[in-house]
Design a protein around this ligand. Sequence first.
Ligand SMILES: [Zn+2]
Length: 253
Amino acid sequence: MASISQSAFSITELTESQTTISQFTTETHQININKNQTKSSFNIITTLKSVFTRKPSIKDPSKKCTKILQTQLIRLREKDPEYEEVKDLFAIKTKIHAIIKLQMPTILENKHEKYKKSIAKKIKGPDKSVNYVTHKMFHGTKRWINCDLLIINESGNNDIIKMENNIPNFCKSGCGLCGIVQQGNRKISAKRMWFAQQSGMSLGYCNRGIKVKVMFVIDCVAITQPKNVFITCKEKATLPRYLIIFDDPNIKT
Ligand SMILES: [Zn+2]
């Protein structure tokens, strides 16, 4: 869970999350990354419509619960250890425009966490931790060529997410990127979803002919470590964690 300061919206601690998508993406492929995430601080560059609903605790009225209704996009600083961790996992040698940490809506995260715990209980042996059954994989997806969400600024990169009134400017429909960011991986048209262990494999599922591509790092839940690919028909078994915006190393112009 992430605790977010009420005032400045600066995230001070982060951990698990999950997802689902709508009529946007179908392909996928991912890779397995580290199981443990490091705590660190980030700057929230995007505060979607993210509405924080605070409900008083029955036991202690002073304690508040934070509920995320819309995905939070948090751009990691290049010096952040978490940025380095994701970059190392990504492994493709190319220009990375940005690595965005995603905090998915609470309802999706809760489903994912519940499923994760149920799978962890099935482990035979002493280690029944949720980390043991959580595997980071890659998922390449397509975006609209003129995706409303992205600002590709070759010179600065100060602005990578297009905002309007502090709300990310998502495509209305048909954009895999915007769909997954908001709703996670969903199997609308595809009966099964694929995630790859190697980013190079997922690269083939991004837009062809477009230099600036997008790829997700996704938590996938499985009792055993997936080999090469993770295939599932359960939306709750996956949860987007990071979005990587990068140049296709095979396109020079
Ligand atoms: Zn889009």
